[in-house]
Ligand binder design. Structure first.
Ligand code: KG4
Ligand code: ZN
Length: 368
């Protein structure tokens, strides 16, 4: 596709931003995953994912027990260009086929965001294409639309459960997000990670804790469920790790070797998971009721949790509400959700295309 330019030599943005726009490249680099994807957005049809690729830095950060921002930035620099090449090859496209370059502009780690932003801007500048900065949480919220089997319909309540955020949102349509409630301290994913760390499961521990929990009794220990009966839609998970830490110390002191047995660890994992899941389910149902909606969409890394999926399925079935999850591969960070969010904004006529060149990232950025 030839570059579109105005008489003044600037990228011509007319014709883009309403309906179809061609191929959207999406770049995600807000934390510890480098993701790139290519989506085709034609007028009158749902955006189609052509190719995507992902590099996770989990192995890089594991030794430190959490994400080291400087290491994250440096690794994004190494990965992003090869991933762009890989996606173009997989889709059978060339650089000049790209119509819009979308990238995660925030929230996230400043240095990590700057890598994706700089690459996206540089690419767009060279190709004389516009850029589209995307909100990372909007990417997560819209990620269930990547499913061809059972995509959601608007409006819905979105439960966003990631490593950094726990939020309930009323989503009226693309671009219309109303915050109904959020965590006042730790996010749900953070609570999973901290409990996992206390059980020696390493970082990030959500999936490992979930696996260990499948061998334990979820009512073995009564861990706190803060704000469970509070009519507000806010969450608080910080007390859970303290309670789990106290229990781990107490039980370890009773063991001959000072070490927890496998069954004790599994029971703690199952009980901690049950506490997080019960609060998330109760508040999600409360949010549906208070918003007067009957459709719940779950997104973010914790959305991959099997116990959460099971309990939400039961709770939604009991009140005839529809429930949608992204496929597990789209729960954690990826480039596909960023390209998709950009494509959906463009199709809705609200994509804020910008000429490449001047850019800023927004490490703290409130959605809606
Ligand atoms: O959405 P995400 O990839 O990153 C952020 O934007 O924060 O979410 C990562 C979080 C981590 O806290 C991780 O432990 C958690 O999602 N997670 C899980 C599971 N898989 C990932 N938590 C519970 N159960 C899982 N199966
Ligand atoms: Zn995320």
């Amino acid at each position: 596709m030839p570059a579109r330019t105005t008489d003044a030599g600037e990228p011509d943005l007319s014709g883009l931003g309403s309906g179809g726009c061609g191929l959207v490249l999406g770049v995600e680099s807000s934390c510890d995953e480098t993701g790139v994807a290519l989506v085709r957005a034609e007028a009158g049809s749902r955006p189609a994912l052509l190719a995507h690729s992902l590099h996770t830095q989990i192995d890089l950060h594991r030794a430190y027990g959490g994400v080291v921002p400087e290491l994250a930035s440096r690794d994004h620099i190494r990965r992003v260009v090869p991933l762009v090449r890989q996606v173009l090859t997989e889709a059978g496209c060339g650089l000049s086929d790209i119509a819009v370059v979308a990238y995660t502009a925030g929230p996230g780690l400043a240095g990590a965001l700057l890598v994706g932003a700089a690459v996206a801007q540089g690419l767009a500048l060279a190709l004389q294409r516009p850029v589209l900065p995307v909100h990372h949480l909007e990417g997560h919220l819209l990620s269930p639309f990547l499913s061809s089997a059972d995509p959601p319909e608007f409006p819905f309540v979105g439960l966003l459960v990631s490593g950094g955020h726990t939020q309930l949102m009323r989503v009226e349509r693309v671009g219309s997000y109303e915050l109904l409630g959020e965590s006042i301290d730790d996010a749900a994913g953070e609570a999973f990670d901290k409990c996992a760390m206390l059980l020696g499961l390493g970082y990030p521990g959500g999936a490992a804790l979930s696996e260990l929990a499948s061998h334990g009794k979820d009512d073995a220990y009564a861990f706190p469920r803060p704000l469970l009966n509070d009519p507000r839609l806010d969450f608080s998970f910080a007390g859970l790790k303290t309670s789990v830490a106290t229990q781990v110390r107490k039980l370890a002191a009773q063991q001959p070797q000072g070490q927890l047995t496998g069954q004790l660890r599994a029971d703690i994992a199952a009980s901690a998971q049950a506490a997080i899941v019960e609060v998330l389910v109760r508040k999600s149902i409360l949010a549906l009721e208070s918003a007067g909606l009957d459709r719940l969409v779950v997104a973010g890394g914790v959305g991959a949790n099997g116990a959460l999926r099971k309990r939400l399925r039961q709770a939604c079935a009991a009140r005839s509400a529809r429930l949608h999850f992204p496929e597990p591969q789209w729960c954690t960070d990826n480039g596909a959700m960023i390209a998709l969010a950009a494509a959906m904004r463009l199709q809705a006529g609200i994509g804020e295309l910008q000429p490449a060149g001047a850019f800023e990232v927004r490490p703290r950025w409130v959605l809606g």
